[in-house]
Design a protein around this ligand. Structure first.
Ligand code: NAD
Ligand code: ZN
Length: 389
């Protein structure tokens, strides 16, 4: 089959690779109809995540048709149309039983290595380095889906791929980040980052009852989408004191919750610095990370800082005294996607949201390297790229 393979920082190409096979009774093979490039893939593209190997297949946002199931999978059959959640989870361990799917104890064969190297481990993730299990990803014609009896959700025929694809990750991610803010009627929520995830975070905050959403970015098309389609008030952070602006917009008190939908990469760290960071050296002592610091400083006393942007290693100069004395609540992590599949599918079916509004580019799998370039550099008005294998 054809698949998009990582070959080093900023080197990805579509290659011929062996077709995936059923390895375990709970596996299924999915023929991929639509897949997407995520901001998290850019961390791999930039070389931020260690333990990538040449030839690793990228991609963790995908859906398609079941073409084969192992004999342990009873709830799916050939021909079913499914969306696959990005964290791989067994459904049976302590963490899965608590709905903490992205922390599954049984889906990452390299968990012990990750613990030893970095002091943490998490669930396996499709196409996301050997630290997260070394699974082949979904920017390909086919993928093997482990624990297929608990992960994938069946999709009704009348919904288009584009409407449901983002259940696999970014709609669930935006929604969980907003849910983590414990939004009360009248609340004002600030969202840093108007990328694809930020856009769906804005919409989720309104779905969960926010009165106002204030969105921060600098890319004109992204600010425009946040304003026109997301109904957010917007701040262009270039040339603006974001903390001061947020204060003024909230009567001096600050937003009730602040969501970091940016994470590590967008702070402009050089590749070398990023690689050092994964080795947990702490010399990144400059003025980064802006977003997390701003979120802590801007948030009202007693408010919540919700972090969905991905971080790794250590961060310097976090104003923890402010966080402590303001009595802030922190919530963060990889999304427990499985928990949100059914409720968010229902919201899509009921017409409360159509997440396809973020798609600006639909490309063939062969064009994926170009897709990575325009998504990374935010060229050509690019907000979200989907690929058709
Ligand atoms: P993206 O790179 O397209 O968007 C990031 C946006 O942040 C860009 O529009 C950029 O201009 C903006 N930005 C950069 N610096 C900023 C600043 N100082 N203030 C305000 N905005 C700033 O990426 P995306 O696909 O939207 O993903 C966003 C983040 O979410 C990434 O870190 C990604 O890894 C993460 N993510 C996390 C999960 C999870 O499970 N927690 C899932 C999916 C994605
Ligand atoms: Zn993703």
């Amino acid at each position: 089959m054809r698949a998009l393979c990582w070959n080093g920082p900023h080197k990805v190409r579509v290659e011929n690779v062996p077709d995936p096979k059923i390895l375990n009774p709970r596996d299924a093979i999915v023929k991929i109809t639509t897949t997407a490039i995520c901001g998290s893939d850019l961390h791999l593209y930039d070389g931020y995540i260690p333990t990538m190997e040449k030839g690793d297949i990228l991609g963790h946002e995908f859906m398609g048709e079941i073409v084969e199931v192992g004999n342990g999978v009873e709830n799916l059959k050939k021909g079913d149309r499914v969306v696959v959640p990005f964290p791989i989870a067994c459904g049976r361990c302590f963490f899965c039983s608590q709905q903490l799917w992205s922390l599954c104890d049984n889906s990452n064969p390299n968990a012990a290595l990750a613990e030893a190297m970095y002091g943490y481990s998490a669930a396996g993730i499709f196409g996301y380095s050997h630290l997260f299990g070394g699974y082949a990803g979904g920017q390909a014609e086919y993928a093997r889906v482990p624990f297929a009896d608990v992960g994938p959700i069946k999709i009704p025929d009348q919904l288009k791929d584009e409407q449901v694809l983002f259940l696999s990750d970014i709609f669930a991610t935006g929604y969980m980040a907003a849910e983590n803010c414990n939004i009360q009627p009248g609340d004002t929520i600030a969202v840093w980052g108007c990328g694809p995830v930020g856009q769906l975070t804005i919409r989720s905050a309104y779905l969960l009852g926010a009165a106002r959403v204030i969105a921060i970015d600098r890319v004109p098309e992204r600010l425009r989408m946040a304003s026109e389609q997301g109904h957010a008030e917007v701040i262009d952070y270039e040339g603006t004191d974001v903390i001061e602006a947020l204060k003024q917009m909230t009567g001096g008190r600050g937003p009730d919750a602040c969501i970091d939908a940016v994470g590590l990469e967008a702070h402009g760290d050089t590749l070398d610095a990023a690689i050092d960071m994964t080795k947990q050296k702490t010399h990144l002592s400059t003025d980064r990370p802006h977003v997390l610091r701003e979120a802590i400083q801007a948030c009202r006393k007693g408010g919540t800082v919700s972090i969905l942007g991905v971080y790794g290693g250590f961060l310097d100069k976090i104003p923890f005294g402010a966080a402590f004395n303001k009595g802030l609540t922190f919530k963060m992590g990889q999304t427990h996607v499985q928990k949100y599949l059914q409720p968010l599918l229902e919201r899509i079916e009921h017409g409360e949201i159509d997440p396809s509004f973020i798609i600006t580019h639909t490309l063939r799998l062969d064009e994926a390297p170009h897709g990575y370039e325009i998504f990374k550099h935010k060229e050509d008005g690019c907000i979200k790229v989907v690929l058709k294998p």
